[in-house]
Design a binder for this molecule. Structure first.
Ligand SMILES: [Cu+2]
Length: 381
């Protein structure tokens, strides 16, 4: 299939999806009122020209751009630009590469932070230096395949999407250019997340506000790298060259790598996440394709929104939480002991053999009351 045919196929798939979404919309519109009770109240659209505008400067994960936890004033129009970058990325210590597809050059793409009721005005840029068609599907958005149907752009094009952030939570965004292109782009790294905070900030589900001193974004990624006849990982000149081989690996549903933030070791050693004893750390964890189960070894989740949606009360005191594929979770923890903590996907094979491990380096005073070594390892008495 040549490039143009591929574009046509994906456009057809997309149009079919849009038609389906239209049917679905009709069905949903006729559901009883009761089903609507929990839906967000949107009300009449305000005159957008009267709303203040704010331009975000995004930063590379695991960091998150500066933001207010409690919104100041009313809704705003938040301007964001994401630039699609196709690039070769090294994903492990052996120099294995992938022809990655990224938003802003990183896997995951940058975290975008807004407040419930804000309008997100996203400019998506596909530079002429890229070779493929891309778009963006925001799970936080309503309609048109999450915006995917309105943002499908060829190299050398850009599009602008505006959607209202009506639901508070942390939501995945990802590329979805139609048909078999969708999983290929997602497992080539093309996903990220948006944090839609309640205007009044987070709370514990009993009306008590919760805040954080630090926030980190961990994007988990499953990669499916083809091997040659000797079992060595293959590399390809261009993304399209590896498509057929990668699909074969994808269909086994067995990733060759499961990593945090784009590569084995991206968040360990010198790149370890840092905190101090007593600090409240919010960990946002996305997985755009596959279920996972984060666990902080030697710590807990004080408050965890497993589903990442803030109108649900958080669960407390968790040991491990579940992130459904295609979603993101939020976990708040106050570190109580210093030391090096491993933060893992607690499928320990994926953590240790495939790469899904991060480190938190925590400074502070040790608390003997919480734990002490009563006897160091010594010969049997
Ligand atoms: Cu894409």
């Amino acid at each position: 299939m040549d490039g143009q045919e591929e574009f046509n196929v994906s456009r057809r798939a997309l149009l079919a999806g849009a038609a389906f979404a239209g049917v679905l919309g009709t069905v949903l519109a006729s559901t009883p009122a009761r089903a609507q009770e929990t839906a967000p109240v949107t009300g009449p659209a305000p005159d957008l020209s009267t709303l203040p505008r704010e331009k975000l400067t995004l930063v590379a994960p695991p960091f998150v751009h500066a933001h207010d936890q409690v919104a100041k004033g009313g809704p705003k129009v938040i301007e964001v630009t994401l630039t699609i970058e196709e690039k070769q990325m090294v994903i492990d210590d052996y120099g294995t590469t992938i022809n990655a597809m990224t938003y802003d050059g990183t896997n995951p793409g940058p975290m975008i932070v807004v407040h419930e009721g804000d309008y997100v005005e996203l400019t998506l840029v596909n530079p002429a230096t890229n070779s493929l068609q891309h778009n963006i599907d925001f799970h936080a958005a309503t309609g048109a395949l999450g915006g995917g149907a309105l943002t499908l752009i060829n190299p050398g094009e850009q599009a602008m999407l505006r959607f209202k952030a009506t639901r508070a939570g942390v939501f995945v965004y990802h590329c979805a250019p139609g048909g078999p292109m969708i999983p290929w782009h997602v497992v080539s790294g093309m996903n990220g997340a948006i944090l839609v905070l309640p205007r009044e900030g987070l709370n514990d589900g009993h009306g008590n506000p919760l805040s954080y001193d630090r926030v980190y974004y961990v994007g988990e990624q499953d990669f499916y790298i083809p091997r040659d006849e000797n079992g060595e990982f293959k590399s390809y000149e261009a993304a399209g060259d590896g498509y057929d081989d990668m699909v074969q690996v994808m269909r086994t549903l067995t990733p060759t790598h499961v990593v945090f933030n784009g590569a084995v070791g991206a968040l360990t050693g010198d790149n370890a996440l840092t905190a101090k004893v007593g600090e409240r750390v919010l960990i946002l964890h996305s997985q755009a394709n596959r279920d996972t189960r984060p666990h902080l070894i030697g710590g807990h989740g004080d408050y965890v929104w497993n589903t990442g949606k803030f109108r649900n009360p958080p669960e407390v005191d968790l040991e491990t939480w579940h992130v459904a594929g295609g979603s993101a979770a939020a976990a708040l923890y106050t570190f109580l002991q210093p030391g090096l903590y491993a933060y893992v996907n607690h499928n320990l094979i994926e953590a240790v053999e495939l790469g899904a491990t991060a480190h938190f380096k925590v400074e502070g005073e040790w608390n003997d009351d919480l734990m002490t070594q009563v006897q160091a390892p010594s010969p049997l008495a």
